[in-house]
Design a protein around this ligand. Structure first.
Ligand code: 5GP
Length: 211
C-alpha cells in the first residue's frame, strides 16, 4: 500500500495534537512530521520532539533555503512543515501525520495532491472555550486570539475532505484510523491491484482457451 500525508487541522483546543499522539501509539504504519516554529517552548516541550524551535532569523533562513513544504503565521508566530521531516517519515514507509493550521493545509495539499485533509471539530463552542481555558498554559490575550482564529478556521471547513467530531477521544482516533485505512484502499494507493487484475485476466483468458 502506498503511504501518504494525513493533515489534521482544527481550532486550537479541539484535540488534534492528542489525536495525533494516540494514532502514533496505536498504529506502527504512522509517523509524525515535527514542525518548526518561532513560538517559545511551553513547559515540558522538548526541542526536536514537540517542535524544532527556531529563532525568527533561523526560520527566515529556512524559508529562503526552500526548506519548507508549507509555512504560515498562526496566532502571531511562524510555523512550517520541513520537507525533510515529511520525506523522513515517507521514506520509512509510514503515513505522515501532520498537525498544521488551515492555511498550511491548503498550501501543502496544493503541492502534495495525495494528502488527505481531515478537520477535527469540537462538539460545541462551550467545549472549545473550556478546553482552551482549562489548559492553563496561555494568558487571556492568547486565549482571545485563539478564539478569534478558531472562528476563521471553522469558516474554511468546506475545504476538507473529512470531518471528525472530537466528542470522545477514542472514537475520534478510531474514526481517523478508519479514514487512513479507507484511503489506503483507493485504487491509486494500491499499486498491487493493477498487477493482480492483469494476472487474473490472463488466467481467465488461458482458461477460456481450453473451453
Ligand atoms: P500550538 O502553538 O498550539 O502548538 O499550535 C498552534 C497552531 O499552529 C495549531 O493550529 C497547529 O496546528 C499549527 N501548526 C503547528 N505546526 C504547524 C506547521 O508546521 N504549519 C502550519 N501551517 N501550522 C502549524
Amino acid at each position: 500500500m502506498k503511504r501518504f500525508p494525513i493533515i489534521l487541522s482544527a481550532p486550537s483546543g479541539a484535540g488534534k495534537t492528542t489525536i495525533a499522539k494516540r494514532l502514533l501509539e496505536i498504529r506502527s504504519d504512522v509517523g509524525y512530521s515535527v514542525s518548526a516554529t518561532t513560538r517559545p517552548p511551553r513547559p515540558g516541550e522538548a526541542d526536536g520532539t514537540a517542535y524544532h524551535f527556531l529563532s525568527t532569523a533561523e526560520f527566515a533562513k529556512a524559508v529562503k533555503g526552500g526548506e519548507f513544504a508549507e509555512y504560515a503565521e498562526v496566532h502571531g508566530n511562524m510555523y512550517g512543515t520541513l520537507r525533510r521531516e515529511v520525506a523522513k517519515v515517507l521514506d520509512a514507509h509510514r503515513h505522515v501525520v501532520m498537525d498544521i493550521d488551515v492555511q498550511g493545509a491548503m498550501q501543502f495539499a496544493a503541492s502534495f495532491p495525495d494528502a488527505v485533509r481531515i478537520f477535527i471539530l469540537p462538539p460545541s463552542g462551550e467545549t472549545l472555550v473550556a478546553r482552551l481555558k482549562g489548559r492553563g498554559t496561555e494568558d487571556r490575550e492568547t486565549i482571545a486570539t485563539r478564539l478569534r482564529d478558531a472562528i476563521a478556521e471553522i469558516g474554511v471547513l468546506d475545504e476538507f475532505e473529512y470531518v471528525v467530531i472530537n466528542d470522545a477521544l477514542e472514537r475520534a482516533v478510531s474514526e481517523v484510523s478508519c479514514i487512513i485505512d479507507a484511503e489506503g484502499l483507493r485504487r491509486v494507493n494500491s499499486p498491487d491491484s493493477r498487477s493482480i487484475a492483469a494476472e487474473t485476466v490472463a488466467a481467465l483468458k488461458a482458461e477460456l482457451n481450453h473451453f
